[in-house]
Design a protein around this ligand. Structure first.
Ligand code: HEC
Length: 272
């Protein structure tokens, strides 16, 4: 194991790209399933493997180097790895246009069971990377070979988006599932789709609120309705030391309309 790591490190660092010994199918990588990332596609609950890459293969791609603040330590770190958008584009090749168009989220899963849904639009618009290295050292040496990195320091305009960006830094990524948000969050989709304010709120709730809160049991939905009614989002969240995305007055009003409509549809709130 130690020898392997050293060898990869040398290969990557010295850049013996084309002549590398790590061609696909190399035995070393078959024995280390851990150092492999898989890209899946789900539709109608069916999960299909689209692509798998071994660390050493990705190491031979053109790597992006970006200096970004680590959300945990707050320190500036240089991360290197391929662009996420490139992984997605290659994985989706060969799928028909219609199916490709239905993919609007990337569900990023880690070895320790964490999962976060990143909008595909964010990956299209901003250069997120799948880091293989941190300050020139392989992340593999910490048993977490892949980490998603958001360019929130180098491209601060991304902070104007309503997304919980710190949540999108996922260490130890083992798979990325390309999926459809309406299917994945189906339970939280309004059936009545005529009120634009509520529909805006549905989006904000899905991406901003659920991005952090992950699940939404009845009690949480009711409490959320309460705090959005009183515009108490800020006070309820004042103890969050970490990153909180900017939510406008319209976003909060939207979430309130959405929750009102949703809770009625689900008969959690009674109609007056
Ligand atoms: C960046 C992450 C983040 C985002 C985005 C976020 N929350 Fe929270 N929220 C938290 C954390 C962490 C707490 C616990 C805070 C505490 O204990 O002081 C919390 C607390 C709450 C609470 C209090 C009840 C509870 O479960 O502790 C409610 C209700 C709530 N959030 C609703 C919302 C709604 C609605 C939105 C979207 C408009 C939202 N949150 C967006 C992280 C987030």
């Amino acid at each position: 194991m130690r020898h392997n790591s050293l060898f990869i490190l040398l290969t990557l660092a010295v850049g013996l790209a084309a002549t590398s010994a790590f061609a696909e199918g190399d035995d070393i990588w078959r024995r280390n399933g851990y150092e492999k990332i898989s890209i899946y596609w789900t539709k109608g609950g069916k999960k299909t493997l689209l692509k798998e890459w071994y660390l050493a293969e990705l190491g031979q791609w053109k790597l992006d180097g970006r200096a970004e603040k680590d959300p945990v330590t707050g320190q500036m770190v240089t991360w290197s790895g391929p662009r996420m958008s490139k992984l997605v584009d290659i994985a989706l090749r060969g799928m028909n246009l219609h199916d490709r168009g239905t993919v609007d989220i990337l569900v990023v899963r880690s070895n320790d069971g964490r999962e976060v849904a990143v909008p595909r639009a964010v990956v299209r618009k901003y250069p997120l990377i799948l880091a293989l290295m941190k300050n020139g050292n392989l992340l593999e040496s910490q048993n977490k070979p892949f980490k998603t990195i958001v360019p929130w320091t180098s491209m601060s305009s991304i902070k104007e988006t309503p997304f919980p960006l710190n949540k999108y830094f996922v260490a130890g990524v083992k798979e990325i599932e390309l999926a459809n948000a309406a299917e994945k969050f189906g339970k939280f989709v309004l059936s009545k789709r005529s009120d634009p304010v509520a529909l805006r709120g549905e989006r904000v709730f899905r991406w901003s609120c659920m991005g952090c809160h992950e699940t939404a049991p009845k009690k949480f939905l009711r409490d959320s309705f309460q705090i959005t009614q009183n515009d108490a989002i800020k006070t309820k969240h004042s103890s969050i030391g970490s990153y909180m995305p900017p939510l406008s007055g319209n976003d909060v009003r939207g979430v309130n309309s959405y929750l009102d409509a949703f809770l009625r549809e689900q008969r959690i709130l009674n109609s007056e």
